[in-house]
Design a protein around this ligand. Structure first.
Ligand SMILES: C[S@@+](CC[C@H](N)C(=O)[O-])C[C@H]1O[C@@H](n2cnc3c(N)ncnc32)[C@H](O)[C@@H]1O
Length: 396
């Protein structure tokens, strides 16, 4: 039996599935579905990222609208642990270094992206009042924390999990703000705030805005690091999609085909024809938007919008767009916008600044579909517990 202490960190197991049948809820983790009573959905939401047992129970009992009682909560959590739905996270130490080595070079793109960085610095200058406490979630090179100190913050907590924190420490000293900026190394969700902040600044958005678990970390930070009613930069997020045809070069590179399977069959003298039939729906980010690799066939449509302060744990977005060019529907292209102070930053190539550090996400669809001008396409987008999914289909 798994022993749970009050500081044991639990997380939803990666294989967990939930089924609703009328009012009944069933969960499975690598085994049969079992009916579960009690506030199981609230519990899964809280543990979608690793959370301490005692903190999770506090948070769940605090939710005034659900008024969950402590005994039901703790017994339901213990039952979910027994079933393998919640698993202890053994490695409680903050990760050392960068999770992905290539992440170092992203700081070059971000610092070169003046539209992004200037918008943040301007928003910080307007939001931070002298004497404020600021938390910079994901400080990277430290640039936004320096901006917050210059705006008059009494104290800036600059959180960074990666090796780039060493650079930030130098940047703080070189700019004479190291008396006010406190560098906190580690994952924000695993650190405890020394005091609550008046302003939260964060730029942890990937090419897919949620790919770097922005929802989970921002949700945790707004709950634990910021005073009620504190300011949050950015303020609003919008996610868009458009239908697209991919160039033959991109299709060859990004879709399994009978032709490539034949080539591999001959190269390796093995029958690899089954690989040619694989049809995943998958995403990749488009590195060189300028090369005519993607032809957009529809208007872009809004799939989802939310205040950053109120991001839901699970994102569901639907949209419909008119086709403006005949072609083959191969993919949905996902872009997003952030409202940063008075400015809007867009990742869409036709709306973005030239040095935009984000690239559109291309969601290749399993099968191509013919499209005619005037027809509609429908989009379905979902994000839950670090899994995203975008599909597009021709409609009448
Ligand atoms: C997109 S960069 C932004 C860096 C810097 N704020 C800027 O605007 O140039 C995001 C940084 O946040 C860090 N990061 C992301 N999530 C984090 C978390 N939950 N806790 C600590 N650091 C995080 C990453 O390691 C990365 O260095």
């Amino acid at each position: 039996l798994t022993k749970i202490a009050k500081d044991t960190r639990l997380i939803v197991a990666p294989t967990v599935e939930v089924r609703l049948s009328g009012p009944r809820i069933f969960v499975a983790a690598d085994g049969p579905f079992r009916q579960v009573k009690g506030p199981v959905l609230n519990i899964l939401e809280v543990f979608r990222q690793a959370e301490r047992f005692d903190r999770a129970l506090d948070e769940l009992s605090d939710r005034g609208h659900t008024a969950l009682d402590f005994v039901t909560l703790s017994s339901t959590v213990m039952m979910l642990v027994e079933w393998g739905v919640l698993v202890p996270q053994l490695d409680t130490a903050a990760p050392k270094g960068d999770p992905v080595e290539g992440m170092w070079t992203m700081h070059i793109d971000m610092l070169d992206d003046r539209a992004r960085t200037d918008a943040y610095i301007e928003a910080i200058a307007n939001a931070v009042k002298p004497g404020d406490v600021v938390v910079d979630l994901g400080t990277g090179t430290g640039i936004l924390a320096v901006a917050a100190a210059r705006a008059g913050a009494r104290r800036v907590y600059a959180i960074e999990r990666g090796g780039i924190a060493d650079v930030a420490a130098r940047v703080f000293a070189d700019n004479d703000v190291d008396d006010r900026v406190v560098l906190l190394r580690g994952l924000s969700s695993e650190l405890d705030p020394p005091e609550l902040a008046d302003v939260l600044v964060t730029e942890i958005f990937g090419h897919d805005p949620f790919a770097e678990r922005a929802i989970e970390y921002i949700h945790d930070a707004t709950r634990r690091w910021v005073k009620p009613g504190g300011a949050i930069i950015p303020s609003q997020l919008r996610v868009y999609a458009a239908a697209a045809e991919l160039s033959q070069e991109l299709v060859d590179k990004r879709r399994f085909s009978a032709k490539s399977a034949e080539r591999w069959t001959s190269s390796y003298d093995m029958n690899l024809s089954a690989v040619g039939n694989v049809r995943p729906r998958h995403a990749f980010h488009l590195e060189d938007v300028a090369d005519d690799k993607v032809r957009v066939l529809s208007e872009r449509t809004l799939l989802f919008t939310s205040a950053i302060a109120a991001l839901p744990a699970t994102v569901v977005g639907h949209g419909r767009a008119i086709v403006v060019d005949d072609g083959r529907l191969d993919a949905a292209v996902l872009t997003f916008e952030l409202d940063v102070g008075g400015r809007t930053i867009s990742t869409a190539p036709d709306h973005a600044a030239r040095a935009n550090s984000w690239e559109p996400m291309v969601w290749a669809q399993p099968e191509p579909q013919p499209l005619k001008t005037g027809q509609s396409v429908t989009f379905d987008y979902q994000y839950a517990i670090s899994r995203a999914h975008l599909s597009v289909n021709a409609a009448d």
